[in-house]
Ligand binder design. Structure first.
Ligand code: SAM
Length: 293
């Protein structure tokens, strides 16, 4: 990363003495000013504002300092130890919510829920649905329940390991499963993540690869009519597609699509049953992404 020029640091210092602390993460004076405004809006005590700027200079995440992150129409509480919701997830979750029926009841189960951002948004935008969430982390489990209480959006949260596919973990079938699993392979973690993520966000939420997509095919597809899974790259989409198309029964009963994000990166693999579902998934997810099978 390019070093910040002394002339820029001096200019920032002249504007506000706290700005040079924010420049290493914000990179430009304008962005640093915006971030300082956000901190000052949340925190009135000047000493505390300075402490926050010092923490930011060490790449401590802004959302942990401010306490929340906007996620669609919701302000989701964030805390250390639980992944901060990303714009990529917000983008597809808002798009999905907009496609779900307003006038029908249905069940949605969010796996690897973290803050609970995805099912809380779906339930908020489609109040007739019943929302369930699972995470194995005790911190995430508590935070998702807290977000549900604070936002007054009902969500039933369970603390379980989703990779253990026992009937205790998977007690019921649902209409839709959503999941943003840990999907950054260990081999690319150091290269592909920012210092802030590496230092302060939980590895449990980040490191993973095909095991969660294998678990989708082996365990969760038989318990749902449709699924929407976030991915980190195309190989994870293709893994699911290959597993489905190489299985005669799954290939006949399921359709699979991929969706890119607005940065044109592969972001979602999704699928739905061709028949026997309570909702018409073919019409709901018709224009969600590109059908591949
Ligand atoms: C990428 S984060 C997603 C959090 C949230 N859904 C979001 O989009 O911001 C992945 C989450 O999966 C959880 N997790 C990791 N392994 C798990 C497992 N085996 N069973 C259940 N949850 C798991 C982590 O605790 C973390 O909260």
């Amino acid at each position: 990363m390019a070093r910040i020029k002394p002339s820029v640091l001096k200019k920032a210092w002249q504007v506000n003495r706290l700005l040079p602390l924010l420049l290493p993460v914000c990179r430009t004076i304008e962005v640093a000013q915006q971030e300082l405004r956000w901190i000052q809006e949340e925190i009135s005590d000047k000493k505390r504002v300075r402490q926050c700027c010092l923490l930011r200079s060490r790449h401590y995440p802004l959302q942990y300092l401010l306490g929340t992150q906007p996620f669609g129409p919701l302000d989701v509480i964030c805390q250390p130890g639980v992944l901060i919701p990303r714009w990529e997830t917000e983008e597809w979750a808002v798009s999905l919510a907009g496609k779900l029926p307003r006038d029908r009841t249905f069940d949605v189960m969010d796996l690897c829920t973290g803050t609970g951002c995805i099912p809380l948004l779906l339930k908020y935008m489609r109040p007739k649905c019943s929302a369930f969430a699972i995470d194995c982390s005790p911190l995430a489990y508590k935070l998702a329940a807290r977000n549900s209480d604070m936002l007054r959006v009902p969500l039933k949260v369970t603390q379980k390991d989703i990779l253990k596919c026992s009937s205790e973990v998977v007690p019921r079938t649902v209409d839709l499963i959503t999941c943003n699993p840990p999907y950054i392979p260990r081999s690319t973690f150091t290269r592909e993540t920012t210092r802030s993520v590496k230092l302060f966000e939980p590895k449990l939420a980040l490191l993973g690869n095909t095991e969660f997509y294998a678990n989708l095919v082996d365990c969760w597809m038989s318990r749902t009519d449709a699924f929407v899974y976030e991915v980190g790259d195309l190989s994870q989409c293709q893994y699911v597609l290959e597993r489905v198309t190489s299985d005669t029964k799954l290939s006949k009963n399921w359709r699979i699509g991929f969706k890119h994000d607005s940065n044109d990166q592969p972001r979602i693999v999704y699928g739905f049953r061709t028949s026997g579902s309570r909702l018409n998934w073919a019409s709901i997810l018709e224009e969600f992404g590109d059908m591949k099978h």
